[in-house]
Design a protein around this ligand. Structure first.
Ligand code: 13P
Length: 255
């Protein structure tokens, strides 16, 4: 997949995390059915647990809703019990993959160097990686949020992504699942810093890499967040689990 030279449509991505049994497929079908009746300005993707990826991809085939994995290994295959290779995600119908979500970094000790390896493997398998970055509350309170996140961007994005389709998601840890969102001023400041780093790594192409915001995005704050400078979409957790809430966020995104 290659990067377009024009500004891409916003991406609204629903990360179901470790939520969803077979019955959850109905929520995704409801999203797709509503978008067929009234197409969205944004690109839409749902990231179910790995157990549902193949069935969800089949259920959403020929719909405007893409699917993706929540993580992939940096190796193409081998003795890595419980892990999933990028090519397996593609084989199950996924088009994208989240790399380096803070829950992976915290729960599994993933380093930015490992995240870069995963993003490289993802692109190699033809997937579009969404590379996540974000600071903890203590880092923000110490006044180091911008420098910390810029360093994460530098270390988590392999140079091999040049010319490929990928996104960065800024998800401050203190805003995830807490109901607290970063202020629009915080988001604008951080996204501008990330944009600067993307341009320094990728040159002209770095100008159009979408930068998503994630952290307690809900129907009632999505419009304001998505309209902010350099916000190229949203990575939505809890509010992506119910079709009505996810659709309201999708509708808040303008092309
Ligand atoms: P919430 O929207 O539940 O805060 O989760 C955000 C997130 O981590 C998405 O990846």
């Amino acid at each position: 997949m290659t990067l377009s030279s024009t500004t891409p449509r916003p991406l609204i991505a629903g990360n179901w995390k470790m939520n969803g049994l077979s019955t959850a497929l109905e929520e995704a079908r409801a999203v797709a059915a509503a978008l067929e009746d009234e197409p969205a300005a944004a690109r839409i993707a749902i990231f179910p647990p790995a157990t549902l990826l193949h069935r969800l991809s089949q259920a959403l085939e020929n719909s405007p809703v893409l699917t993706g994995g929540q993580d992939c290994h940096d190796k193409a295959s081998g003795a890595h019990t419980g892990d999933i290779a990028a090519e397996m995600i593609a084989d199950a119908g996924g088009k994208l993959v989240i790399c380096g979500h803070s829950e992976r970094r915290c729960d599994h000790g993933e380093t930015s160097e490992q995240v870069a390896g995963k993003a490289e493997a993802a692109a190699e398998a033809g997937l579009e990686p969404i590379v996540c970055v974000g600071e903890a509350l203590a880092t923000r309170e110490a006044g180091d949020a911008v420098s910390f996140v810029v360093q994460q961007v530098r270390d988590s994005l392999p140079a091999t992504l040049a010319g490929k389709a990928f996104s960065v998601a800024y998800e401050p840890l203190w805003a995830i699942g807490t109901g607290k969102t970063a202020s629009v001023d915080n988001i604008v400041e951080m996204h501008a810093a990330i944009r600067g780093e993307l341009r320094s790594i990728f040159g002209e192409a770095g100008k159009v890499v979408p930068i998503l915001y994630g952290g307690s995005v809900k129907p009632d704050n999505a419009g304001e967040i998505l309209a902010a400078a350099e916000v190229g979409g949203a990575l939505v957790g809890g509010a992506s689990l119910k079709a009505a809430d996810f659709l309201a966020i999708i509708r808040a995104a303008q092309a």
